[in-house]
Every structure is written in C-alpha cells, then in structure tokens.
Write a protein that binds this ligand. Structure first.
Ligand SMILES: O=C([S-])c1cc(C(=O)S)c[n+]([C@@H]2O[C@H](COP(=O)(O)O)[C@@H](O)[C@H]2O)c1
Ligand code: NI
Length: 410
C-alpha cells in the first residue's frame, strides 16, 4: 500500500500539488497522454526542475494559448454565462476515456469548489461559471491531480501542518480575507485543521488546493505512514511568501517494508475481534483488505463463542503506531463493535531480497538469518510464473535456484 504524506507548511494549490507529483517521479509523457483524453485544446504545461532557498524541486504551470490572463477562476456573474459551469465540466469529464476512478475524483473536486462558490456568492450551482480561461487552468490542475494519484498508485493520503497565511488579498472579487472565502467555506463542517502562519500576509491555500485536501486527505497531522520512504519531492508555489513556498510530498510503500527486515526483535500489536455473523467471503475480504493496508499479517481462527455459536476470531498484526488505523479499518469493514489490542514481541529472521537467474527464468529469493542460522526461501509466485512459461515443475525450479546460490558460495 502506498501512502502519500503532504507537508503543507506553506499551503497547497493545484500547481504546487502537481509540481510535487512531478518531483516524485510522475512520468510526463504518460501524464500528457492521459490528459489528452479530455480532448480540450488551448493550453500547454511546463514542468521545470529548479531551486528555491537552495532546495531543488519542481515548478508546474499551465500556459494558456494566446496569453489569456489566468487569475479569473470561477465567476458568479450573469455576463459570464459563455463560460463553462459545473454541469458542463462534469459532462466533459464523464464522456472522456479517462479511467472511472480518475473521473470520479475529478468531478468530486470540481463539485467541492462549485458548491463552495455558490454558497459564498449566494447563487445556484448552475449559475456558477468558469471563465473560459479559468476553466482550462482548473481542468488541467484538477483532472491532472486525479491522474497523478492514479499513476503513482497512491492508496492513502496524510496531510500534515496544513497552513494558510493571514490578512487580506486582492482577487477578481476585490479585497477578501485569508483564508479566501471559498477555502473557508470548504472547511465548514469538517475537522480539517488549518494553522495560521502569522508571518505570511498572503493566500497559501487556494480553492483548488482545498478541494484537493478535502477529496484526497484521509488523515491529518498523523504519523501513521509506515513502510519504506520511496521518494520525496517539492512542488513550488508562485507567491512570494518571504520563506520557502513549497509543498513537500513523501511517498511511503508499506508492502516493501515487509520484505526487507534488518533486525530480529520486533514489537508489534495484535488486534483481535470475535465475529459470529461474518461469512467466509466477508472474512476473506477483510483479511485481504488489512494486508493491502499494510498489516504485517492477518488471519482468522475458528472459535466457539457464547451461546455455543461457532464463530471466527479475526486477528491483525500491525506496527505499534497503527492501532487507530487498523481499529478504524475493522470497525468499517466488519460487524465488530469492539476489539482487543495486545502488545507482542516477536522474534523474526533478518530478511534480504535477491534476484537469482535459473535456466527457467529469474526468481526472487529471501536470504533469512538469525544468530548464526541461515536459510533461503524462494518466492512461490515467481516459481509459478517460471513454471507456467517453461512447463517445468516448480520444485525443480526451486532446487535450481538454491543450487545457483550454492554455486556462488552465498
Ligand atoms: O473567481 C472567483 S469566484 C474566485 C473566488 C474565490 C473565493 O474564495 S470566493 C477565490 N478566487 C481566487 O482565485 C485564484 C485562483 O484560485 P484557484 O483555486 O483556481 O487556483 C486564487 O487566488 C483564489 O483565491 C477566485
Ligand atoms: Ni468566488
């Protein structure tokens, strides 16, 4: 499972988010190919690696053809009815060839902004229009963000230190307070924490940035992201804030962490709950879901409960920092209304991963060591793949891999 952690100490905008995603390694050609599925013209994107305050990061921008001004955003005024309203944009996205998950996420974000603008300006949703140019910029930022989340395989997003400036700024409406009205409107009825940066007298969170926060953020000010930190990146903002104006993004992979283990004593939690009304299908789905979320192990044990009911005890092994994450998971995905938490100490073998070439193909091998004990375990899935390709018995391929390791004297 991949968790994106956003350090939003200098706020967030559409450009900052996409800059950070490109800095994390988002592949530009594929991104543009996906974006072209919308079939809208009149823009190009720029993606530039650059340095600010001696920190390298990425500047992302949408350049509109014909030098049209970009700062117009939504309009509530009648004379802007030549622009696109939310329904038109929803239609544009729905009829495209983009993946359903990208379409849904993009439309959710547009709806957040449109509803907030409608409320702020006291208008109906249908009367909130984008100027032609503002629409293009927002479409690229918002649909682009949804494409980036999909392309980077992000499953979960933690947002830390979300901050906005103070004071007032001048926008198309005139002088407005920071957070700008649409941002504050989107915060309404949520527990999303926004810190005030009293040292910054301008806007740090734009309406597009806040829509991203609402639609992507699963947790706030949380240290539950675990796993291998695969990459970090910085997306720069356009405003001069007097300090580093960047959104930092970090990508954690919890699957990888279970493969390589470099110590033999380990503290974990066991979360368990007794279920007398779960079907085999529901239990299997809960076990699969917990493993995908990054549980170290998950299983079910048959038990006899009170009133002589045959039932199952569902058990999850998790990192000690993940009690709340997996408790929420169990309450959401099973009928459990309570669970037990046991701190456990484990003895585990150190694991190192290797790739070994055999006459039947390459297989992954775990080298396992523990205080002078050493053994090897060949990845079963790799054995099956090689077996299918060569019609050789998996056991013969396993022995060939072990022989190869012995030949190399490892
Ligand atoms: O154009 C409109 S209606 C508009 C409304 C608001 C409100 O908060 S209401 C804010 N803005 C400003 O436009 C720029 C662009 O924002 P994006 O989210 O499109 O990047 C930004 O400065 C907003 O504060 C415009
Ligand atoms: Ni507005």
């Amino acid at each position: 499972m991949k968790t994106l952690v956003l350090d939003a100490f200098s706020g967030i905008s559409g450009d900052m988010f996409l800059g950070a995603m490109f800095d994390l390694g988002l592949e530009r050609d594929e991104f543009e190919k996906q974006l072209s599925k919308l079939k809208v013209a009149g823009y190009r994107i720029t993606v530039q690696r650059t340095a600010r305050s001696s920190i390298t990061g990425t500047d992302f921008d949408v350049v509109l053809e014909g030098n049209a001004p970009k700062d117009q955003g939504f309009s509530e005024h009648e004379h802007h009815h030549h622009g696109r309203n939310f329904m038109m944009i929803r239609h544009l996205i729905s009829k495209s060839d983009l993946k359903e998950t990208i379409k849904k996420r993009s439309i959710d974000m547009f709806e957040q902004i449109a509803r907030a603008e409608a409320k702020v300006h006291g208008k109906e949703l249908a009367d909130i229009h984008f100027h032609e140019v503002g629409a293009l910029d927002s479409i690229v930022d918002i649909v682009g963000a949804a494409i980036a989340v999909e392309m980077l395989h992000i499953d979960r997003c933690v947002i830390n230190n979300l901050a906005d400036g103070v004071g007032t700024i001048k926008i198309a409406h005139g002088i407005v307070p920071v957070p700008v009205p649409a941002v504050l409107q989107m915060q309404l009825n949520t527990a999303i924490p926004i810190q005030k940066r009293f040292d910054v007298h301008t806007e740090l969170i734009t309406p597009t940035g806040m829509a991203l926060v609402k639609c992507l953020g699963n947790e706030f000010n949380s240290s539950t992201a675990t796993g291998v930190l695969e990459n970090t990146g910085y997306g720069f903002g356009k405003r001069d804030t007097g300090s580093l104006n960047a959104l930092r993004a970090s990508l954690y992979n919890s699957k990888l962490s279970q493969q390589e283990i470099a110590k033999t004593d380990d503290h974990v939690l066991c979360l368990e709950t007794n279920l007398d009304d779960a079907t085999g299908q529901q239990l299997a789905a809960a076990i699969k879901g917990a493993l995908e979320l990054g549980a170290k192990d998950a299983w079910a044990e048959p038990i006899i409960m009170k009133k002589g009911r045959p039932a199952y005890k569902l058990c999850l092994l998790t990192a000690t920092t993940q009690q709340e994450l997996f408790a929420s998971f169990l309450f959401q995905h099973t009928s459990a209304i309570g669970l037990r938490v046991h701190p456990l100490q484990r003895e585990i073998m150190e694991r190192k991963l290797k790739k070994v070439k055999t006459p039947y193909g390459e297989v992954g091998v775990k080298e396992l060591t523990y205080h002078g004990v050493k053994k090897f375990s060949v990845e079963y899935d790799d054995l099956m793949k090689c077996s299918q390709k060569t019609a050789e018995e998996p056991e013969k391929i396993r022995l060939a891999a072990l022989q190869e390791i012995e030949n190399k004297g490892e």
